[in-house]
Ligand binder design. Structure first.
Ligand code: RIB
Length: 288
């Protein structure tokens, strides 16, 4: 069983569903509203756990009504929360609009995620004890760098999902062993990605590709009825990390299947499939 430390964000997603997205200056009557725990870090942690890994989450919630709900969703999933701290002020939130094609637009307000500026000895011990450190970019970049630096020294593999895409220090890129990017990020980050040993590019319904020391591997898209694409990339990344030790072909098959299944329900964490759901869909996925 892979051991994974996630140093990342956790948000409450405020999800509005609508037939179409409004034009600038337009008011629309939408269809529904739901609050669903999310955040790229938390989603990836839950996805890795549901894919069979042992997972420790390092992050921060605020001191508001959302905080206990966010903590609970990790506890219920069996993700370790010893390094989840409480910061003063609001938790992270994401305002999400999902249209009838399942496409979304998202604005994240960092809240407590911005307070994750220091990693203490227990946080660093969780990183050192893991096989894989999994990070994204919804927490301060110096914290991601500190975690990656420590992972490097400890021999922990560093997997970065550089999302939301932004310019990063060269030292961080040089500490990354595996990068998982979508097609847009792959284009924007083409130069730094050249220095990363293992690169996985996700292409939504068209599947995903791997390039690295083990050659080039592609996995086709998995056909499903799409309800909401929110968190599908996170589910892909968490599942990939959990199955990385099986090699790129097996890891891509798991990740593509889990990511596709995650689009069949509304809400990020609520849609992450269980290991059994992925296992029963895998043979179908491999036939596609
Ligand atoms: O990747 C999806 C996630 O992005 C959402 O859960 C939202 O919280 C934002 O972080």
């Amino acid at each position: 069983m892979a051991r994974i430390a996630v140093v990342g964000s956790i948000n409450m997603d405020l999800v509005t569903t609508t037939g179409r997205r409004p034009e600038p200056g337009e008011t629309l009557l939408g269809r529904d509203f739901e609050m669903v725990p999310g955040g790229k870090g938390s989603n990836q942690a839950i996805a890795a756990r549901r894919a069979g890994a042992e997972v420790e989450f390092v992050g921060a919630v605020g001191a508001d009504l959302f905080a206990p709900v966010l903590r609970q969703v990790l506890d219920d999933a069996g993700v370790g929360t010893r390094q989840l701290r409480s910061a003063p002020g609001p938790s992270g939130v994401a305002s999400i609009v999902v249209d009838e094609t399942g496409e979304n637009t998202i604005i994240v307000i960092e809240g407590a995620n911005a307070a994750l500026t220091e990693l203490g000895p227990a946080d660093l011990a969780a990183v050192a004890a893991a096989d894989i450190l999994l990070c994204q970019l919804e927490i301060p970049v110096p914290t991601v760098l500190a975690a990656a630096r420590h992972a490097r020294v400890a021999g922990t593999t560093v997997l970065l999902n550089p999302s939301p895409a932004q310019d990063l220090p060269a030292e961080l890129w040089s500490a990354v062993d595996i990068a998982v990017v979508n097609a847009g990020e792959a284009e924007r980050l083409a130069a730094p990605l050249n220095s990363v040993a293992h690169v996985v590019v996700t292409r939504g319904a068209a599947g995903a590709e791997y390039r690295g020391p083990e050659g080039e591997v592609t996995h086709p898209g998995v056909r499903v009825e799409v309800v909401d694409t929110t968190g599908a990339g996170d589910t892909f990344t968490g599942a990939l990390a959990a199955h990385w030790h099986e090699g790129p072909a097996a890891a891509l098959a798991w990740a593509c299947t889990a990511g596709a299944l995650a689009t069949t329900k509304l809400g990020a964490s609520a849609a992450i499939p269980s290991r059994a759901e992925v296992e029963s869909a895998l043979p179908r996925a491999q036939r596609n």
